[in-house]
Design a protein around this ligand. Structure first.
Ligand SMILES: O=C(NCCCCCn1ccc2cnccc21)c1cc(-c2ccc(F)cc2)cc(O)c1O
Ligand SMILES: [Mg+2]
Length: 221
């Protein structure tokens, strides 16, 4: 039976990770990607930066765009207190299926709301679908040319408010130049670059966080 990469990654989790132990799931995926086959998880180096920004923000509502195999979803959810809402979007049904099983192996299936679809279609429905007013923390890890239109869409839908943090993966590799220009240009928010490396390689990459300083677009004209 020929397994596709995401299924081989899931197999490595099932074999090497302890059920109900998120840290062992993270370690199993990192070991697989470092020693068997590269995969586009945020990885351990950038993952540690993601952890620190999540802990610093201590959000009560979190949105992730780009679930892939669920690696960053497990990283984020393992840090969140029980009442936190975590929503993650994946457009590829095969990846979504693998992610559900990876998240279940970590014992975090009750905390996740994994939705299949495209950000442009689902962001405008977030408020109605999930009763979410604003997101305290958003992790961008989907199509890099969607980062800019999607942060604008989140703002236009009033889903970002004062203190909301948007953290974007891969701002150098593959890169999101227009997004970087945008978040670094406006005075309405502060942005910070975390220098790192492309997952499981020595190629330069980084994360960019953007914190809303002014009130959300829906109030405080
Ligand atoms: O492409 C990347 N990720 C996006 C995958 C597709 C997301 C699709 N998708 C999911 C939800 C969703 C919602 N709306 C619309 C679209 C949506 C990615 C690539 C690399 C990479 C690859 C090769 C290389 F040589 C160097 C680097 C590294 C990363 O870390 C990455 O994240
Ligand atoms: Mg990425």
């Amino acid at each position: 039976l020929v397994l596709v990469l995401s299924s081989r990654l899931l197999q490595a989790v099932c074999i090497n990770a302890v059920r109900g132990n998120p840290d062992s799931v993270i370690a199993a995926i990192d070991h697989f990607c470092q020693n068997q086959e590269w995969a586009m998880n945020v990885g351990d180096e950038k993952g540690a930066i993601l952890d620190s920004v999540v802990m610093e923000t201590s959000p009560s509502t979190v949105l992730e765009l780009g679930t892939y195999c669920g690696y960053s979803a497990v990283r984020i959810m393992r840090l969140l207190p029980p009442a936190t809402r975590f929503i993650t979007l994946e457009m590829n049904p095969d990846y979504a299926a693998v992610a559900r099983q990876v998240i279940q192996h970590a014992g975090l299936q009750d905390k996740v709301c994994l939705v299949e679809g495209k950000s442009a279609d689902l962001i405008p429905k977030m408020a109605d679908m999930f009763g979410i007013r604003t997101f305290d923390f958003v992790f961008f890890d989907h199509w890099k040319d969607c980062y800019l239109p999607d942060i604008r869409l989140l703002e236009d839908c009033g889903l970002l408010d004062q203190g909301s943090v948007v953290l974007a993966d891969n701002v150098l590799c593959p890169g999101a130049p227009e997004y970087l220009d945008y978040v670094r240009s406006s005075l309405r928010f502060s942005s910070r670059f975390y220098r790192s490396h492309l997952e499981y390689t020595r190629v330069l990459d980084g994360l960019e966080s953007r914190t809303q300083t002014g009130p959300g677009s829906h109030c405080g004209r």
